[in-house]
Design a protein around this ligand. Structure first.
Ligand code: DP6
Length: 322
């Protein structure tokens, strides 16, 4: 194949990944667990261009910056190494998620790029190999390869650090996009800075490993209440550890805290909902399917709301010879 297109969707971690133990292989310090969403897809086409001397990256219809293109080239180099190729490529990518605003677009982006590039270069990778490859682009992308709910095993090396599906009860995530500016610190830089400067980082790593075990047990038991409690407390601990770095990194804005408070009030009023947030100000609220509309209505005055269900992992949508 010389051209292939893939679709992938963002995922939101219910147990977060925040810290690497190997920055080259992108091995995390702990495992994590996520829901792949059925909204905000990224579509990426990779076309081999034997006549070109460099890779080209077109993002949302315009040529990407040098920094973004270099990140894509470094990723394509991994694919070329696996495929024994030196051919350059043109990558065209479109995503519906607000880029770099904490809506997990890098996860969908690298999952789609891993699938499209490996197909274009003629590799036949199974889900585990694809998850390992996507991980090299962005850690959380390892999980967007998988349908529905995924656990990303921390592993001990490249082979053992991959995501796979886990059973979980039916759930929805209501995304609440607050009116806020583009984030200033990337997850990658922020997690490195946190690990280096927060006196609480090792406690975060230890407690997250325990949270993940409990979360997997709660998923097996279909215990929505426990899943929700773990989701919210793990997220708040991640934000606590970023704020304990020196200098502090704060992703949650007053608008985000207002959503967490409103979710607490919903619970006090008997509507079960639990909040989480990634490296940005937007909040995602976990509920049971039958409560999602009520949760969404209750939070609509605090941001732009959307209800997401569990979505498909990465899919190849077309391939051929150009
Ligand atoms: C807060 O996967 O974006 O969303 O591996 O450096 O590319 P890199 O980081 P990235 O970090 C995601 C952090 C998070 C939590 C999570 O998704 O688990």
């Amino acid at each position: 194949m010389t051209i292939a297109t893939a679709h992938a969707r963002p995922n939101i971690a219910l147990i977060k990944y925040w810290g690497k133990r190997d920055e080259v292989l992108m091995l995390p310090q702990t495992g994590s667990l996520s829901m792949t969403l059925d909204i905000l897809p990224t579509t990426t086409t990779v076309e081999l261009t034997p006549a070109h001397e460099v890779d080209t990256f077109i993002l949302g219809g315009t040529t990407a910056s040098q920094v973004e293109t270099e990140r894509v080239t470094r990723f394509l180099d991994l694919v070329r190494e696996l495929a024994g190729s030196t051919t350059r490529a043109t990558v065209r990518s479109r995503n519906e998620a607000p880029t770099a605003a904490g809506m997990a677009s890098s996860a969908a982006g690298f999952a789609a790029l891993a699938a499209a590039a490996s197909a274009a270069y003629g590799l036949e990778l199974d889900s585990r190999a694809l998850s390992r490859l996507a991980r090299r682009g962005s850690g959380s992308a390892a999980r967007s390869v998988i349908d529905g709910f995924a656990v990303w095993h921390a592993g001990v090396d490249d082979e053992t650090s991959f995501a796979e599906a886990v059973e979980a009860p039916p759930m929805r995530l209501v995304s609440v996009a607050v009116n806020a500016p583009r984030k200033k610190v990337s997850s990658r830089d922020a997690m490195r800075h946190t690990a280096l400067t927060s006196p609480f980082h090792s406690a975060w790593v230890d407690s997250t490993a325990r949270d993940l075990e409990e979360m997997q047990a709660a998923c097996r038991a279909q215990d929505f209440t426990r899943i929700g409690e773990l989701t919210e407390s793990n997220a708040l601990r991640m934000h606590a550890v970023t704020q304990s770095a020196q200098p502090a990194i704060r992703y949650l804005l007053p608008e985000s805290i207002a959503v967490f408070n409103a979710v607490q009030e919903l619970r006090d009023g008997g509507l079960e909902a639990y909040a989480t947030a990634d490296a940005g100000p937007h909040v995602f609220v976990l509920s049971q399917p039958e409560d999602a509309s009520a949760v969404s209505d209750a939070l609509a005055s605090l941001g732009e709301v959307r209800i997401a269900g569990p979505g498909l992992g990465v899919r190849i949508e077309g391939q051929g010879t150009s």
